[in-house]
Design a protein around this ligand. Structure first.
Ligand code: KG4
Ligand code: ZN
Length: 353
């Protein structure tokens, strides 16, 4: 079936407000949200599986899919209830269809298709990373493209120009680990466990960020690209060296020094791009955008240069369905409709439909 052609005929305009029921299940959060006119979040329900996966030291895809199946109906019911609405009030169904864990994505996609089919509603598939960027629109009514956005999540590190809603120019990306992945791996190595990012953030507050100098990943051929495998290896080498010499490791100092190395690179590359491209509106997005050191450093860098700085509240940085509802709204308004053959696309690239 041609995905560009809608496979439904009953698209009716029931009210002036555009109400999107959004579903997100790409990783380990089962989430649903009702978003009005793209910017007003009427409900944002997130059922986290963190406790379950902590037992295994990371997300177990099979368990994630099963839990999504178990919880998704309840989460949607709750999202509608909190918004004081029913499915009959909805204008369209938005759903993350990639990138992410295929089994996890499939639960949300199948659910969205079933609801859209049963209710005769348009189906709008959303790119997860487009969702992360769109989280910035929720609390910043003045923010409109174009702007520069640093996207830092568990699977992605991208520096992009948001040219228009859903339209991106990718300036740089990580050549190896994503920023969040580096946080998670280092957290495991220093004994903090899963989920690593928030734990490093917390422990770093007790540590000295200048205690150990870890390398900053710089790439000669593209100043906007990132590399985090070097700093990760440097932390592992430091830990091994200390163990071999019988020296005690200060967890907080290692965490704070690692965090500083990553944050410095993220801020430097973003500021370089802003200067070279003459952009004065900077946003951050993705799970790592909830990191307090990154938020502080980016805010300060922007303040010094008189740039406007935008960041979602932490609850909208990590995976949620409200951001998917916002992205779905702009896709819906631009005419994006998916057919009944919508499938999960685990490796969906940014800007791809
Ligand atoms: O965006 P997200 O919730 O899921 C993906 O799309 O990947 O990002 C999850 C990532 C994880 O690697 C997690 O450790 C990291 O974001 N993260 C953080 C913080 N909170 C979440 N990293 C650093 N500091 C935090 N406070
Ligand atoms: Zn995410």
């Amino acid at each position: 079936m041609d995905n560009s052609k809608p496979a439904y005929g009953q698209e009716t305009q029931k009210q002036e407000d555009v109400l999107i029921l959004a579903i997100e299940s790409s990783c380990d959060e089962t989430a649903a949200s009702v978003v009005k006119n793209g910017r007003t979040v009427l409900s944002n329900v997130i059922s986290s599986q963190i406790d379950l996966h902590t037992l295994y030291g990371g997300v177990v895809p099979e368990i994630a899919s099963r839990k999504h199946t178990e919880r998704i109906n309840q989460v949607i019911t709750q999202a509608l209830k909190e918004a004081d609405m029913t499915l009959d009030d909805m204008t369209a169904i938005g759903v993350t269809y990639g990138p992410g864990l295929v089994g996890a994505l499939l639960v949300g996609v199948a659910e969205a298709k079933a609801i859209a089919y049963a209710k005769g509603l348009p189906l709008v598939g959303v790119h997860h990373i487009e969702g992360h960027v769109s989280a910035n629109y929720i609390e910043h009514p003045d923010l409109e493209p174009p702007f520069l956005c640093l996207i830092v999540s568990g699977g992605h590190t991208h520096l992009v120009v948001v040219q228009d809603y859903g339209k991106f120019e990718i300036l740089g990306r990580s050549r190896d680990d994503a920023a969040g992945e580096a946080f998670d791996k280092v957290a495991r190595a220093i004994g903090l466990g899963y989920p690593g990012g928030p734990k490093i953030d917390r422990v770093s507050k007790e540590g000295n960020p200048d205690a150990i100098v870890f390398p900053k990943g710089k790439l000669e051929d593209n100043p906007y690209d990132f590399s985090f495998s070097g700093v990760k290896s440097a932390v592992l080498n430091y830990l091994n060296g200390a163990r071999m010499k019988g020296e005690e490791i200060c967890q907080a100092d290692v965490a704070a020094s690692f965090q500083k190395s990553v944050v410095d690179v993220l801020v430097e590359h973003t500021m370089l791009a802003a200067r070279n491209l003459g952009m004065n509106r900077i946003a951050i997005a993705g799970g790592v955008a909830s990191n307090s050191a990154l938020r502080g450093a980016m805010e300060e860098a922007c303040r010094r240069r008189k740039y406007s700085f935008y960041r979602p509240s932490p609850i909208f940085c990590t995976d949620n369905a409200a951001m998917i509802g916002v992205a779905a709204y702009y896709e819906y308004m631009a005419g994006t409709r998916h057919g009944w053959d919508l499938n999960a696309v685990p490796g969906l690239r940014l800007g791809e439909r």
